[in-house]
Design a protein around this ligand. Structure first.
Ligand code: ARE
Ligand code: CA
Length: 584
């Protein structure tokens, strides 16, 4: 047995209370090494040796490891436990002292008490969320009277430059709510809408004002109210890592230098403030002088921005925040942010922008979710560029899920692309079949699918700013077949609870064929994709479906027979995907 590969810790993703009376534990072991893993558990004050046990199941594997998972029931919320790990040759107890053939010497892991704050308080609605990302300057122009000067023509051929304007606004979004409803999304994520001099508005001047090019407070309140009436939630972008140079506090420092009462709201190395040849203050990224970085550990800065966060949730009624550059801001700031926002509205959702392993922020005390770029990277490599096979796709996805506790996995913003990346169809070299397969995958996987505006009608574009072209509204220029495909897969997601709330297990990962099962109690949905340009025949096990004699394919509506041995034989066309479930 490869003891060095065996890992557990009694917190975080490895000991995750799902309720006060259930602790989900996870054990990581060398791939293929263990034949069984059992956990003996009991109340940590009990005098007797614990006789209750749970058999763990292998629930995921990545390149090097298998992950075993099981749920330990508890009546007292106070748990101690020890693993019993076995392979063909050996068996050991594994506790906090390490491995031993003697149970007592191995020691026990302790989850002292499942407190209220140990629980992950994810709002229930997130489980059913389908997100649509709107870059307001480019989505729809509903009010010409607020257009910036020199707007460029809103055409299919438009190619935005970093400083282009097209005139999109909030009225435009409001007018298009029926379109969004028809598509089947129910969460709108807006990139910044507060007053700012740029087209993207990540350099905020005033956190309490809607940018006049987008509308005013009245329009926004109306939009929120209407969105809610259409069953849609509204999430705004919280840019609290930095401000714009026009923000009142930074202006004050420019005007008054070191004696400004806001001088230590920023990271300024010398006075007076200068922007040339290089800014003498910290900024977002490399010397982006228009974005001075905030000192979020400063009590006044903290107080100011927590008020902002609360105001939009409590007074205006938004449903959550997406946090810009979230991994460069003080964790204590985000902890306080969570408390203020959840107090104002316990149903609010907090989504960080973290492009990498986000586990420190997803322990339950900071964010509910992140923009899932690890998902995107894997999907780009498999579907988009064909750089990896199904086994590696499965390993990368499993690895990224295993970084996190259970609940945040269900609230991930699973994106194919965003306003910061090349568009996915462009990544696919314009090959719509590959894009559709990726969309099918995205909308059946664990977590919230996030659609970047325009992807659903076949928009293309390279990286920023080309990915921010004005939305195509002319019907004959839209890819309506793709739009209808999105509607269909989103409808399937709505109709199959297992796709939203079920667990996930690999079904097949071989060559360019990838299949997985989503299971919720007795419901099971199986998804399979052929990400290759040739026909593939495959035989699949149907045990997870309860071995029915017939399965229904949900994209075509056709039924298929399974064999007496409980197998399903199918032939997949190039780039074909299927979704199976047992008839109800
Ligand atoms: C502008 C130009 C760009 C130029 C950039 C830098 O348009 O072409 O490269 O300036 O000079 C906003 C605007 C951008 C603007 C930027 C600066 O939307 O158009 O770019 O401000 O003025 C990292 C961060 C991540 C960040 C991305 C962009 O970690 O937080 O970079 N994303 C957010 C928003 C952006 C926004 C800002 C932050 C600033 O979503 O839209 O930009 O408020 C790797 C790294 C990641 C990195 C990622 C992308 O994977 O690991 O950390 O993200 O690449 O670079
Ligand atoms: Ca306008």
């Amino acid at each position: 047995m490869e003891k060095a590969a065996i890992f557990h810790q009694p917190y975080g993703a490895y000991a995750d209370p799902l309720s006060p009376y259930c602790l989900r534990v996870r054990l990581r072991v060398k791939k293929g090494d263990l034949t069984a893993c059992t956990v003996y558990h009991g109340d940590r004050y009990s005098q007797e040796e614990d006789q209750d046990y749970v058999q763990l199941q292998k629930t995921a594997s990545d390149m090097y490891f298998d992950y075993f998972t099981g749920d330990l029931p508890t009546q007292t919320k106070r748990i101690r436990y020890v693993f019993y790990v076995q392979n063909e040759r050996e068996a050991y107890w594994y506790g906090e002292n390490g491995f031993s053939q003697d149970r007592r010497s191995a020691g026990v892991f302790q989850y002292a008490y499942i407190t209220y704050s140990n629980l992950f308080d994810l709002p229930e609605w997130a489980l059913d969320g389908v997100v649509y990302q709107i870059f307001p300057e480019r989505f729809a122009n509903g009010d010409r009277s607020n257009d910036p000067q020199n707007v460029e023509p809103w055409t299919v051929g438009a190619r935005p430059k970093p400083d282009s304007y097209y005139g999109g606004d909030l009225q435009g979004v409001m007018d298009r709510l029926p379109y969004l409803e028809k598509l089947g999304v129910n969460v709108l994520y807006f990139t910044p809408i507060f007053r700012s001099p740029s087209n993207h508005k990540y350099d905020t001047t005033d956190y309490y004002q809607i940018d006049p090019h987008f509308g005013d407070m009245k329009t926004f309140r109306k939009l929120v109210e209407k969105a809610h009436r259409h069953g849609m939630r509204v999430i705004l972008d919280a840019v609290m890592n930095h401000t714009g140079v026009g923000f009142f506090a930074f202006r004050d420092v420019i005007d008054h230098g070191s004696v400004s009462r806001y001088a230590d709201w920023f990271h300024i190395s010398s006075f007076p403030v200068q922007t040339e040849p290089r800014p003498n203050y910290e900024t977002f990224a490399n010397d982006v002088w228009t974005m001075p970085k905030l000192r979020t550990q400063h009590p006044e800065v903290k107080a100011y921005f927590l008020d902002v966060a609360e105001y939009w949730v409590k007074e205006v009624g938004i449903d959550g925040w997406r946090l810009d550059v979230a991994n460069e801001v003080e964790a204590d700031f985000w902890r306080a942010f969570r408390q203020r926002v959840k107090k104002a509205n316990p149903e609010a959702l907090i989504v960080g922008e973290v492009w990498h392993d986000a586990s420190p922020w997803l322990m339950g005390d900071q964010f509910d979710s992140v923009m899932n770029y690890l998902f995107r990277d894997a999907v780009v490599d498999f579907f988009g560029r064909g750089r990896i096979g199904a086994e590696e796709l499965d390993a990368r996805l499993a690895h990224s899920r295993m970084l996190y506790r259970t609940q945040p996995q269900y609230a991930m913003f699973n994106l194919l692309d965003s306003h910061d990346t090349e568009r996915f169809l462009t990544t696919c070299g314009g090959n719509e079949k590959r894009m559709r397969l990726a969309v099918l995958f995205q909308t059946t996987y664990v977590g919230m699918p996030m659609i970047y505006y325009g992807d659903e009608v076949g928009m293309q574009g390279g990286s920023d700013p080309d990915c921010r072209r004005p939305m195509i509204w002319e019907k004959r220029r839209q890819n309506r077949a793709l739009f209808n495909f999105y509607r269909k897969v989103l409808r399937i997601r709505r109709e199959q609870t297992a796709l939203r709330r079920g667990n996930i297990r690999v079904w097949v990962a071989q060559g360019r064929i990838y299949g997985f099962l989503r299971r919720l109690e007795n419901d099971c949905v199986g998804v399979i994709v052929n990400n290759s340009d040739h026909m593939c025949e495959i035989s699949l096990d149907t045990a997870a479906f309860g071995q029915p004699t017939v399965l229904v394919e949900l994209l075509s509506g056709q039924s298929v027979q399974t064999t007496k041995e409980g197998r399903l034989f199918i032939t997949l066309a190039p780039y074909e995907g299927r979704v199976y479930t047992a008839p109800s």
